[in-house]
Design a protein around this ligand. Structure first.
Ligand SMILES: Nc1ncnc2c1ncn2[C@@H]1O[C@H](COP(=O)(O)OP(=O)(O)OP(=O)(O)O)[C@@H](O)[C@H]1O
Ligand SMILES: [Mg+2]
Length: 383
C-alpha cells in the first residue's frame, strides 16, 4: 500500500459510559451490543471496539463493534460493567480515509471470505481424523472419544478437551470473520450489526428451526407427518444474538428429540392410530437469561450414558457413520449419526455466555435446557 496520504487513526478512548466507579477489576468483560444502525467499520462517527485476536493481541479497528450511542451501555435496564482495557472507542466525526485504505480493506475482506470458505468442511475433516485415530486404538466407532472398548478411558479425555478447545476457537474465528465480511459487504440494516441481530426474534428463529428439523425427520423416516412440536414463546421476545447460532442449537436438539420419539413409538405410530406425543418447546425470559426448554417423551437416556452424550463421536445411531457416507459439503442436516450434535451445540451456547444442560428420565423422556445470556455480559470464553 502506498503512503501518499498520511494515514491518521484517531486516538481511542475508553467508553465514556464506563466510568471507574462501575468497573470491577475481576469482571471478565462485557460484550454488549446495544441497538442502533449497522454502519461500516469506518463509517462516520461510529465508535468501534478494539477486537482482540485469539492470543490476546489487539487487532486494531478491524473488528467493528457498534455499541448503540456509545453513551450508556444498558441492556435490560442493567448497567453493564467491563474492565477498562477491553473496551475502546474512537470517535471519527468527519474522518475520510484515503482510497488505499478502502482498497486494502476490500482485498482483506475477500481474503477472509476465501479463508472462511476453505475451512467449511473442517468439522468433517477433523471427525475423520479422530475416527482414524480411534481405529488405530481399537475403539469402536460411535463410542465417543473419551471411551475405550470396555468403557475405560483411552487417552480420549485429552482428545475431548482438545476438540472442545479447537471447535470453540473455530466458532470464535468464524464469528469474527463473518462479522468483518458482513460489515463490509452487506447493506446496512436497522436490526443488524454485521451478523449480530440486535433484535433477534426468538419465536421466529425457533419456529423456523422446528420446521427444518421436522422436515429432515419426515424425509429420513419417510413419514407423512413427523411428531408434533408445540412452541410456547412470547411473540415479541427479542435480544441481541447471532440468529444462525441459535437456530443451529435448536435444530440439533430437535432432531435428537424427534428421532427419540420416532424410534420409541415406531415409524408406523400414526398408521396404528397411536400418534406421537408432542415435543414441547418452552421459551421464558428471565432477568439475566432467556431459557429454552425442549421436552420430549422419547424414552430418555440411560444414566450411565448421560456423560457420554457430550463426547464427540458418541452416537447410538447405527449405519450412518461419517466414513461410509461422507462427501465434502454433505456434512449438514443428516438426521443423526456423527455424535457431534450435542457437544457442538453446547459450545455455541457457551460462546455468548450461555450453556446447555440435559436431564433425562430414563424410560420416559429428555429435557434439554438452553440458557442464553440476555445481557451479553461475558467475554469470549476461549479455553
Ligand atoms: N432427546 C434425546 N432422547 C434420547 N436420546 C438422546 C437425545 N438426545 C441425544 N440422545 C442420545 O445422545 C446421542 C448423541 O447425540 P448427538 O446429537 O451428540 O449425536 P447424534 O444425534 O447421534 O449425531 P449428530 O451429530 O448427527 O447429531 C444420540 O445418538 C442419542 O443416543
Ligand atoms: Mg444429534
Amino acid at each position: 500500500m502506498g503512503h501518499s496520504h498520511d494515514l491518521f487513526l484517531p486516538p481511542s478512548t475508553p467508553n465514556p459510559a464506563l466510568s471507574h466507579e462501575q468497573m470491577d477489576a475481576d469482571d471478565m468483560g462485557t460484550w454488549a451490543f446495544g441497538g442502533g444502525e449497522a454502519n461500516g467499520p469506518y463509517g462516520e462517527g461510529v465508535p468501534y471496539r478494539q477486537a482482540e485476536t485469539v492470543d490476546g493481541t489487539p487487532k486494531g479497528a478491524a473488528g467493528s463493534w457498534k455499541n448503540g450511542s456509545g453513551t450508556a451501555v444498558r441492556n435490560g435496564g442493567i448497567r453493564l460493567r467491563a474492565p477498562i482495557e477491553r473496551r475502546y472507542y474512537a470517535h471519527t466525526p468527519s474522518h475520510i480515509y484515503p482510497p488505499e485504505v478502502h482498497d486494502y480493506n476490500a482485498r482483506f475482506t475477500r481474503a477472509l471470505e476465501a479463508i472462511k470458505r476453505r475451512h467449511d468442511p473442517t468439522v468433517a475433516t477433523v471427525a475423520q481424523g479422530v475416527l482414524e485415530w480411534q481405529r488405530t486404538r481399537g475403539i469402536k466407532s460411535g463410542s465417543g472419544v473419551g471411551i475405550g472398548e470396555a468403557g475405560a478411558t483411552n487417552g480420549g479425555g485429552v482428545v475431548q478437551a482438545w476438540l472442545d478447545r479447537f471447535y470453540m476457537s473455530r466458532i470464535g474465528i468464524r464469528f469474527l470473520i463473518g462479522q468483518h465480511v458482513a460489515l463490509n459487504t452487506q447493506q446496512p440494516h436497522k436490526d443488524y450489526v454485521g451478523i449480530i441481530c440486535t433484535q433477534a426474534n426468538v419465536h421466529d428463529i425457533v419456529q423456523e428451526a422446528i420446521e427444518n428439523a421436522r422436515y429432515v425427520c419426515e424425509e429420513h423416516y419417510g413419514l407423512l407427518r413427523g411428531p408434533p412440536v408445540q412452541l410456547i414463546c412470547p411473540r415479541n421476545l427479542t435480544f441481541a444474538h447471532v440468529p444462525g447460532h441459535l437456530s443451529h442449537i435448536v435444530f440439533e436438539l430437535l432432531k435428537n428429540s424427534l428421532r427419540a420419539v420416532v424410534e420409541r413409538f415406531g415409524v408406523d405410530a400414526e398408521d396404528r392410530g397411536v400418534g406421537y406425543p408432542p415435543i414441547k418447546v418452552i421459551v421464558v425470559e428471565g432477568g439475566e437469561d432467556i431459557t429454552i426448554k425442549i421436552s420430549d417423551e422419547g424414552g430418555g437416556i440411560p444414566r450411565r450414558a448421560v456423560p457420554l452424550v457430550w463426547t464427540y463421536m458418541y452416537t447410538t445411531m447405527v449405519g450412518q457413520s461419517i466414513d461410509q457416507d461422507y462427501h465434502v459439503g454433505d456434512f449438514q442436516a443428516p438426521m443423526a449419526g456423527f455424535g457431534y450434535g450435542l457437544p457442538l451445540s453446547r459450545l455455541y451456547a457457551r460462546y455468548f455466555g450461555g450453556d446447555l444442560r440435559l436431564i433425562s428420565m430414563d424410560g420416559f423422556g429428555t429435557d434439554v435446557y438452553i440458557h442464553l445470556n440476555k445481557l451479553s455480559s461475558s467475554c469470549e470464553p476461549l479455553p
